[in-house]
Design a protein around this ligand. Structure first.
Ligand code: PLP
Length: 312
């Protein structure tokens, strides 16, 4: 009984499980306006699949992939005029699934609501791409082995707020999470994955269950491998990263995710130690990657990977 209706409030029973036990998952993707005025999505099937993976982890029902994709395409088709056309802008889409069983006892979920909302968004870097400072989080952890790190569920973000609030108050853009088990390995940034160029090789933390499998991350890896670059997904210890900062082996670092696409890292702070990356400048690989991925998203470059999906 899906419908496309004006934006508004949702009212569910006050005992709905989502309000008490955070039984919900969500996704985030964008619709882009191309130079000829058309509208396209970027790899929406990946979001649809990730949504089902998140649902599985949270014991929420699986949804039909074709239905989700059709819902996204129909919704954007109706709301097409909201897709802005200024450089760097897009229409952010937020599908979400919430459990609304009015039941305080801990029983399996039976009743869910699936919604998509949208909002035009400006460029993440309105004054052009700019390196950001990142604080390595020493106290809180985001995820643990066997936990929900790989799922896009609200609880992961709620538990991360305290650290990001503290980092923001100190002038940092995001935190860099360290693994929650050994407190030794780099995992990801607040809302983005991370990549490092160390001695010419690209190193990114492997998907070990506590890192969110980013679609931008996946795309960056495919693009760089296509360029013939060596990209390694592996454990990267904080010690190794800081050593690479000290010796200058760390040439470039960036975050990647739907919001900013690529955010160059200009500074890494660990306690009172501050490490400047690439003289706080945008590196060559970072820039090239940004231009390539955003070029495909906004239809400025040919989509040789077949990643974009036209909205009719
Ligand atoms: N890591 C976290 C914790 C995120 O919230 C996001 C954003 O969705 C990402 C990584 C990047 O994922 P994607 O590239 O699919 O936006």
């Amino acid at each position: 009984d899906a419908r496309i209706v004006p934006y508004g409030k949702l009212a569910f029973d006050a005992a709905s499980t989502v309000y008490h036990y955070a039984t919900e998952i969500f996704e985030g993707l964008k619709a882009y306006r191309t130079p000829d005025g058309a509208v396209q999505l970027f790899r929406p099937i990946e979001n649809v699949r990730r949504m089902n993976n998140s649902a599985e982890r949270m014991s929420l029902p699986q949804m039909d992939e074709d239905m989700m994709l059709e819902a996204l395409l129909k919704f954007v088709s109706v709301e097409k005029d909201w897709v802005p056309d200024k450089p760097g802008t897009s229409l952010y889409l937020r599908p979400f699934l919430v459990a609304v069983d009015p039941c305080l006892s801990l029983h399996p979920v039976h009743q869910c609501v699936f919604c998509i909302i949208a909002c035009p968004v400006g460029s993440y870097f309105p004054n052009g791409l700019k390196p950001v400072p990142i604080l390595i989080e020493e106290q809180d952890v985001r995820a643990v082995r066997g936990g929900t790190g790989y799922a896009k569920c609200g609880g992961n973000y709620a538990g991360a707020m305290r650290a990001s609030d503290r980092a923001e108050a100190k002038g940092f853009s995001q935190v860099l999470w360290i693994d929650g088990v050994e407190r030794k390995y780099v995992e990801e940034a607040g809302g983005m994955n991370v990549m490092f160029q160390i001695n010419g090789e690209i190193v990114t933390p492997e998907l070990n269950g506590s890192v969110l499998p980013g679609i931008t991350r996946k795309s960056c890896i495919e693009v760089m491998r296509g360029w013939g670059m060596k990209v390694t997904e592996r454990l990267l210890s904080l010690d190794e990263l800081l050593e690479a900062c000290k010796t200058g082996a760390l040439e470039e670092a960036w975050c990647c995710g739907t919001a900013a696409v690529i955010a160059p890292i200009g500074e890494l702070a660990y306690g009172d130690d501050h490490y400047i990356v690439n003289n706080n400048q945008i590196g060559k690989t970072t820039r090239r990657l940004y231009d390539e991925v955003t070029g495909i998203q906004w239809g400025l470059l040919p989509d040789k990977y077949n990643w974009t999906v036209a909205v009719k």
